[in-house]
Design a protein around this ligand. Structure first.
Ligand code: CDV
Length: 320
């Protein structure tokens, strides 16, 4: 059996405040149908794929923001799209704002089997931005206001697909992709495929220094390429793109192989599929050599990684 899985990244163009859930679900269903037609066995949607990226808007109370949260499974309005995925025998990953029965709110991704069952959940851990309104910022990023830090760790689950065999799958959400610690926790569980949904604006969030858009795309790609190379896995990194409520998001979805090469990329700011045949035997190449963790890791020298959060500069000054 050739361990090749065909994966589709379903980049989504902008979703506006007044777009109905029905219209978003129809776009998703169309992407699912097209992906299945092109032979994909798994389709991956962006972070917060059911709504606009609402953390750019300030709401005084959490309850006012609840209009953007899902409190049922499957999420409201998605029944037909998920039924279509089941009919077409394709696995689906979606990301959404989750409100639990006991009133906790998370930025969440869920994996659904080709039989329509909920298989696996990840709740975003590296929440960027701030909790309070900051008037001098041109663009608010209020994820720390609306979401709690995920409480599920970085799980990796082992799945079986006919014609592919067994594979290990994990998930990250947006800002997580920039943190090598997150990738390494997945790598230490022999992850083969990492699914990543994201929403990254073109505008500068750091008001003290201008970074041109091409540099921001480079940093996003660099993070995913390094994560895949250093952890022997494929990465499927899928964006929300285009101009949402006047704010541009850079798109640039990619699929990366375990050597760190980009093997598929989007070229528009609209709904667009990127597809790659991912040969999972490639995950074993560096797993048995350069990145054989058992042979080469030196965790006795890595204490700072888990004991320290912020950086600390050395105390002593030496004349150089
Ligand atoms: N949604 C995100 O997590 N966005 C962050 C930044 C831009 C705040 C990101 O790392 O892309």
């Amino acid at each position: 059996m050739t361990p090749v899985i065909t994966i589709a990244g379903a980049q989504m163009g902008a979703t506006q405040k007044n777009d109905t859930r029905e219209s978003v679900a129809q776009r998703m269903q169309h992407l699912i149908e097209q992906a299945a037609k092109r032979g994909a066995q798994l389709i991956v949607f962006p972070e917060l794929c059911l709504t606009p990226f609402f953390p750019r808007w300030y709401y005084e109370t959490l309850e006012e923001a609840d209009q953007w949260f899902e409190d049922q499974w499957p999420p409201r309005g998605l029944e037909n799209a998920l039924q279509k995925a089941k009919d077409l025998n394709i696995m689906v990953q979606i990301s959404y704002a989750e409100k639990t029965l006991d009133n906790h709110r998370y930025n969440t991704a869920s994996l659904i089997s080709s039989a329509g069952e909920h298989l696996m959940k990840y709740r975003k851990i590296h929440l960027p931005g701030h909790a309070d309104y900051i008037p001098e910022r041109p663009l608010q990023h209020l994820e720390k206001r609306y979401f709690e830090v995920g409480n599920l760790g970085f799980p990796v689950e082992r799945f079986y697909l006919e014609n592919v065999g067994e594979f290990n799958l994990g998930m990250l959400l947006c800002n997580d992709r920039r943190w090598p610690e997150a990738w390494r926790v997945l790598g230490l569980q022999e992850v083969d495929i990492v699914l990543i949904g994201y929403n990254t604006p073109v505008a500068n969030l750091d008001v003290t220094h201008h970074q041109p858009p091409h540099l921001k795309v480079m940093q996003s790609n660099l993070s995913v390429q390094a994560g895949c190379y250093q952890n022997n896995c494929f990465g499927v990194s899928v964006a929300k793109a285009g101009v949402e409520d006047g704010h541009a998001m850079f798109g640039s979805s990619i699929i990366v192989n375990p050597f760190g090469e980009i093997i598929a990329r989007s070229s528009t700011w609209h709904d667009e599929l990127i597809i790659a045949d991912c040969d999972l035997s490639l995950c074993q190449v560096n797993r048995a050599s350069t990145f054989n963790f058992e042979a080469h890791r030196r965790p006795e020298h890595y204490q700072r990684i888990v004991e320290q959060t912020g950086s600390i500069r050395p105390k002593k000054v030496v004349q150089a």
